[in-house]
Design a protein around this ligand. Structure first.
Ligand SMILES: NC(=O)c1ccc[n+]([C@@H]2O[C@H](COP(=O)([O-])OP(=O)(O)OC[C@H]3O[C@@H](n4cnc5c(N)ncnc54)[C@H](O)[C@@H]3O)[C@@H](O)[C@H]2O)c1
Length: 420
């Protein structure tokens, strides 16, 4: 029994919610806030758990669990995704809602973080069952959401079809057409252009901006892209078009490096049905070997959950490292790279591009085209400036600086409102 509770306590300590709460405590302390502000902000203001009975195709009724969490509305309504996953828990959703608050703070939008989930394996559901579940979820939480309280965005496998069902069910229940609080809609239902590529586009914008700060002309910049999936191929293509030489790429199998530059288009064409390309080449190397190669810029957009090893960190020669996926780099690794003069772009900023596009879709009056990308560029460049300034002024690394910027306005607004 003792062993089990020790395991539980270890699990508790390593849970994302506990980690985010600890990061928040440290950021608030750096801004000079006392423990009461942390006590308020470390937990969401509202957590709703719902049961959703659905008639399966077999005729059986199955009861699913759903959640919607609103972290803090001191600045404005919540905004955040709905995740469909068989193992998602209430704490996971709370952690994500707080994380989205930090993202909203980083890109400076008048929203707080929210998040939702349905505990299910969408792969095991038929199209009709998935529709029934999406509609059932929204019926269960409808009194909890509103354009002035909570904007629902897509996340993971919540594609535009699911968002359209959610929008339709909401319009029926609320008897008005108010797409502003469902984002990620199909274009014809007031959706936004630019959503699919938001993260890749965001990373490309940030990469160019960081190169400019390092006084690296794009035509003389060499980049390595870890992970050659949706995000990685988009970034490789966009940077290549802007004049950057892509000297390395990697996928789940291995990596390729050519100091003269790789042919990105050719590599994309040669990917197999699993999205893999490095297995086609005899001269492929390991992901770790690739990280040690000469280059100016590394984008880590690999789809695995692995963090950089200590050896990777020591071997990196790039002066810019962009974290595109969650948890690619530990706090210690970020600090070490920072001490060595590497500009580390944290995932809190790169992932915020999705939240930014949801916000832009929510406030738009008409369907935008490239305007979304221009606004995104403006928001991300300004956010990067804030983070770089905070890093310099407070003598902290870029991860710590992003967390400080992410929480600052929420703390100020909560104090001004007299909540603490
Ligand atoms: N923050 C956000 O909003 C957001 C949005 C989209 C994607 N992402 C993140 O970006 C990353 C990439 O997303 P995606 O949509 O391109 O995924 P994807 O599945 O399309 O591509 C992942 C790529 O990584 C490769 N890969 C897997 N293991 C690897 C390894 N050990 N080394 C190198 N490459 C490896 C795969 O072969 C594939 O090429 C993920 O970490 C994802 O979480 C974040």
């Amino acid at each position: 029994m003792g062993g089990e509770s020790e395991l539980d306590s270890d699990k508790e300590k390593s849970h994302r919610l506990t980690i985010i709460q600890a990061l928040m405590a440290s950021s608030l302390k750096k801004w000079g806030y006392g423990p009461q502000v942390h006590a308020l902000l470390k937990e969401p203001l509202r957590t709703l758990a719902v049961r959703i009975p659905i008639k399966l195709d077999s005729g059986e009724t199955k009861i699913f669990t759903g959640f919607r969490v609103q972290h803090n509305d001191a600045i404005g309504p919540g905004i955040g995704g709905v995740r469909l996953h068989p193992e998602v828990t209430e704490k996971d959703v709370q952690a994500q809602a707080i994380w989205t608050s930090l993202q909203a703070g980083v890109i400076d939008i008048p929203y707080g973080g929210a998040s939702g989930a349905i505990v299910c394996n969408p792969m095991e559901l038929s199209f009709r069952e998935l529709e029934a579940l999406s509609r059932g979820y929204i019926r269960a939480i409808v009194s909890f959401i509103d354009p002035t309280k909570d904007v629902i965005a897509p996340d993971g496998v919540t594609n535009t079809q699911i968002m359209a069902w959610i929008l339709d069910e909401c319009s029926r229940l609320k008897t008005d057409h108010s797409p502003g609080f469902i984002s990620g809609n199909p274009l014809i239902l007031d959706g936004s252009l630019g959503r699919e590529a938001a993260v890749g586009k965001g990373i490309s914008i940030i990469a160019k901006s960081a190169a400019k700060r390092k006084k690296l002309p794009l035509e003389k910049t060499c980049a390595i892209i870890q992970g050659f999936g949706n995000v990685g191929t988009y970034v490789a293509n966009t940077l290549n078009d802007a004049g950057v030489t892509i000297v390395g790429i990697s996928d789940g199998h291995g990596a390729l490096y050519d100091p003269e530059g790789l042919d990105v288009g050719d590599l994309m064409d040669r990917r197999d049905s699993f999205g893999m390309v490095t297995n086609v080449f005899k001269k492929s190397i390991s992901k770790h070997e690739l990280l040690a190669k000469d280059c100016d810029l590394i984008v880590d957009s690999s789809g695995d959950q692995k963090k950089l090893t200590t050896q990777d960190v020591e071997a990196i020669k790039a002066s810019i490292f962009i974290e595109a996926g969650k948890g690619k780099i530990t706090g210690e690794a970020s600090e070490r790279l920072h001490q060595r003069g590497t500009c580390v772009i944290p995932v809190l900023l790169t992932g915020a591009a999705n939240t930014a596009v949801s916000y832009l879709e929510g406030v738009q009056k008409n369907i935008w085209t490239e305007e979304v990308h221009n606004k995104l560029e403006e928001m991300l460049e300004r956010a990067l400036t804030f983070i770089v300034d905070a890093s310099y002024n407070h003598d902290v690394n870029m991860h710590e600086a992003a967390q400080m910027i992410g929480i600052q306005k929420l703390a100020v607004a909560s104090c001004l409102r007299g909540w603490v």
